[in-house]
Design a protein around this ligand. Structure first.
Ligand SMILES: O=C(O)CCC(=O)C(=O)O
Length: 200
């Protein structure tokens, strides 16, 4: 990738951004429904404008840190199964031990960021449930930008350059343009899997 590119366009899978992967239909529709039921039975936290749930370890948004004292216990079975599949599929080399569930209602997003480097390992995976959304990517060094649609049931993988050199975010807005069509945003839920670096 040349450093002077500054564009808004689709990020091609794993091409423009090394380490960025998107697996469509990583789960089926029935499993998506079951996962949403588990999520809706969980305890929401209201630390942010959007609702979140933390599993494995609590992430401190204010300190931008995870400490061993923030251990919440092992992942519940429904998340442990998914975490195991991430290893079976070769995305993680060891089973991820932390999950954050984010809920986005119409108009909500997440600021562009690079996940805490000392807190989390070199691979991050985001499973999307519900409404599709456009995620934006921006290279920290060059400012180059691109966008990618995250459909329901897809799994986004961030490792290498995608994990460390590019910010990712979801603009807070009420609609996205997907396949040239203005698409109203409805409820989306994402499950982000990470490995904690103990002693962070
Ligand atoms: O909801 C998403 O797809 C992004 C989640 C994310 O970037 C995060 O939890 O840090």
């Amino acid at each position: 990738m040349s450093a002077d590119v500054s564009l808004i366009a689709g990020c091609e899978e794993g091409l423009r951004i090394p380490g960025l992967t998107l697996n469509h239909d990583w789960i089926g529709k029935a499993e998506e429904g079951q996962l949403l039921e588990h999520v809706d039975g969980g305890r929401w936290r209201n630390d942010l404008k959007r609702r979140v749930q933390h599993y494995g370890f609590r992430y401190d948004y204010r300190a931008r840190f995870v400490s061993p004292a923030d251990y919440l216990g092992p992942l519940p079975g429904w998340l442990a199964d998914l975490a195991g599949h991430l290893v079976d599929n070769g995305l993680f080399s060891k089973v991820p031990d932390q999950v954050i569930v984010n809920e986005y209602l119409t108009g909500q997003g997440i600021s562009a960021h690079i996940d805490c480097v000392p807190c989390f390992g070199d691979t991050i995976a985001i499973l999307s449930l519900g409404c599709p959304v456009v995620m934006t990517f921006q290279c920290a060094a060059s400012g180059a930008r691109c966008e990618m649609v995250l459909p329901a049931c897809s799994l986004l993988g961030l490792s290498g350059s995608a994990r460390y050199d590019w910010l990712h975010g979801i603009p807070a807005r009420k609609s996205d343009t997907i396949n040239d069509m203005k698409t109203q945003r409805l409820r989306r839920v994402s499950l982000t899997f990470r490995s904690i670096i103990i002693g962070a």
